[in-house]
Design a protein around this ligand. Structure first.
Ligand code: FAD
Length: 579
């Protein structure tokens, strides 16, 4: 796309993991891709900001080893290098009763869990046997798609399988919340059963936990911006799509609303600072025309911007309900636990992570604690949350009671994930087959998975493949080459030429991919490293390729969003609000 004409082969609306995945796949295929992101950074629901010199993630993001698509994306982004993520075959589970560590064995599934369940002393022996029997039965539980009654919840099913209150609280709720974002009494049975099967019954290592060891902005936003720039894609920040319309020529028009504050961001992962606040922002088009569009935005936003042809589906999407996550961030003067990471049973706090190192704290300990399905907490003032939830940490780590709290703050994600209650599955978006060139992506779409990073990445892939198939179909149609088909063919030729040049350069020992990309600095500044330095403290090493980071403020950089920029951060989709 050029700045002047506001045209792209493919416009990807939304720069979360779904949009990033779709954009990378389509740019890889040789299309000119423009990513339109309402906020000042990429990464969507996985992001970081800076507060008092520390890099804070908006929420903990763990993943399972079975999240193959997400792990592929990390590899494509170059985020799997040593030290970026920690994968562990054991899991510590804390409770007010103590601490235990579950270790899977090397036996094939489901036998790999026998030892772990046998040692799960939060349940009685009888409860453990009953839980094992229920777990095996879950293998054969069919999704109850279409049923919206409470009887179609995991909780109702567990009741029928004789799981008592203690087993529900100390085992099943922990599993359900972790895998679906909801406790068992609310979670859709079919979805929960599929998630539990995939996580812990499908293979002996599928349930191993992966934990980011660097800030999310460093894991996702920065490498994504760098990769997209190298692939020649354009990233427009502060560009909110207000509506998508299909024209009579079969193209799509996307109406844009711009946020100057977000567009002034130094980079897709950088804080807005005083030095960037007065930066001149080049005039941006109010309209983008594209041969194809991927709508990779949350359900409620997709319902608002969808073209008229999708009115009925959009109405369904708008009926999906959000589920909030509240996170506590506590800086202690001294170390209160040696654990890097733990799950919690029997408490509203479900996950605790030691973020001292990733945040850049050099003295004391920074613990982040997540309260998912936080409907009862999300509207409470910080003082109430402190009074109610800090004692939870003290129950888990008694030494914390006598340790000075140097800082305490809350982040709230009101629309963290979709509330996958019974009846929600049929509201999720399928690809609109009748609308060639338009695809829908997002963790909330019909992936068969809960609202996770894995679901987001898979949906991005599916959407990219629909667009590829639709545009190829346009090329192959007998009605003579359409403008879209001609551009598609040209894009592919250009991509093939670039690939050949890279191969030749590699053979002759000439400039490698990175140098080629540097040489091809396009409209984004001059392809210099990002200037953001907050938090992680390392300047971006990426150089802009032929792509652009709109509005050309100097390429891509590493740093997360600054905490004070609340207005931009809370825009659009109910972002975390640091208080
Ligand atoms: C606090 C928290 C904790 C979580 N924990 C986990 C976890 O442990 N494990 C896990 O797997 N998942 C977790 N999740 C869920 C996971 O982060 C999401 O499912 C996933 O990141 C969603 O990606 P997405 O691309 O579908 O959507 P999003 O990340 O929401 O991306 C959508 C993007 O579209 C942009 N946008 C919206 N409207 C417009 C518009 N009109 N025009 C342009 N841009 C627009 C938004 O600004 C956003 O950047 C968590 C989520 C939260 C919030």
């Amino acid at each position: 796309m050029t700045m002047a004409d506001g045209r792209a082969d493919v416009a990807v609306i939304g720069g979360g993991l779904a949009g990033i995945t779709a954009a990378v796949e389509l740019a890889d295929a040789g299309f000119s891709v423009t990513v339109l992101e309402a906020r000042a950074w990429l990464g969507g629901a996985t992001c970081s900001f800076v507060r008092r010199g520390l890099t804070i993630d908006n929420g903990q993001h763990v993943f399972l080893h079975g999240s193959v698509a997400y792990r592929d994306l990390l590899a494509r982004l170059g985020s799997t290098s040593a030290g970026s993520i920690r994968e562990q075959p054991e899991l510590t589970i804390l409770s007010p009763q103590g601490e235990l560590t579950l270790r899977r064995s090397g036996l094939p599934a489901p036998l790999h869990l026998v030892r772990a369940l046998a040692g799960y002393r939060y349940l009685t022996r009888r409860e453990r046997l009953a839980a094992a029997a229920a777990g095996l039965l879950l293998q054969f539980t069919e999704p109850a798609v279409g049923r919206a009654d409470d009887d179609a919840s995991l909780g109702a099913w567990l009741d029928r399988r004789g799981q008592d209150d203690n087993a529900r609280e100390m085992l099943w709720d922990l599993l359900a919340v972790t895998l679906t974002g909801l406790p068992a009494n609310l979670a859709d049975l079919g979805l929960a059963a599929a998630a539990i099967r995939a996580a812990i019954l499908a293979g002996r290592d599928t349930g191993d936990i992966g934990v980011p060891a660097v800030p999310l902005s460093q894991l996702h936003a920065r490498p994504a911006a760098e990769l997209l720039a190298r692939l020649g894609a354009t990233v427009m920040l502060g560009a909110r799509a207000a509506g998508v319309r299909r024209t009579g020529r079969g193209e799509f028009e996307i109406r844009l609303e711009h946020s100057v504050a977000a567009a002034q961001s130094t980079s897709p992962a950088a804080p807005r600072t005083d030095s960037t606040a007065d930066r001149d922002v080049p005039e941006m088009p109010g309209l983008i025309t594209a041969d194809a569009v991927v709508m990779a935005v949350p359900a409620w936003e997709a319902a608002v911007i969808a073209p008229a042809e999708l009115a009925e589906q959009a109405r369904q999407w708008s009926l999906l309900q959000p589920s909030p996550v509240v996170s506590l961030h506590v800086i202690y003067a001294d170390r209160v636990t040696r654990l890097p990471h733990a799950a919690v049973a029997g408490s509203p706090v479900r996950w605790i992570a030691d973020k001292t190192g990733p945040a850049g704290l050099h003295a004391g300990q920074y613990l982040a604690a997540a309260v998912p399905a936080a409907d009862n907490y999300v509207d409470l003032p910080a003082s109430r949350l402190r009074a109610e939830l800090l004692p939870e940490l003290e129950r888990l780590f008694p030494i914390a009671a006598g340790t000075e709290v140097q800082d305490f703050f809350i982040t709230r994600e009101r629309r963290a994930v979709v509330r996958h209650v019974p009846g929600s599955q049929q509201l999720r978006a399928n690809q609109p087959a009748a609308l060639p060139g338009l695809a829908v992506a997002g963790a909330w779409t019909a992936t068969g998975l809960p609202d996770t990073m894995e679901s987001a990445v898979r949906s991005g892939r599916t959407a990219a493949r629909k667009v590829l198939a639709d545009l190829s179909g346009a090329e192959l149609s007998g009605a003579g080459p359409s403008p879209a088909a001609a551009r598609t063919a040209a894009a592919r030729t250009a991509a093939a030429r670039t690939a050949a040049a890279r191969t030749a350069a590699a053979r002759t020992g000439g400039p490698g991919t990175a140098e080629l990309a540097t040489a091809g600095s396009g409209t984004a500044g001059s392809g210099t490293a990002g200037s953001g330095t907050a938090g992680s403290g390392t300047a971006g090493s990426g150089t802009a390729g032929s792509g652009a980071v709109w509005p050309g403020t100097g390429g891509v950089g590493p740093s997360p969003q600054a905490a004070p920029d609340d207005a931009a951060r809370t825009a659009a989709t109910g972002m975390a609000k640091a208080i």
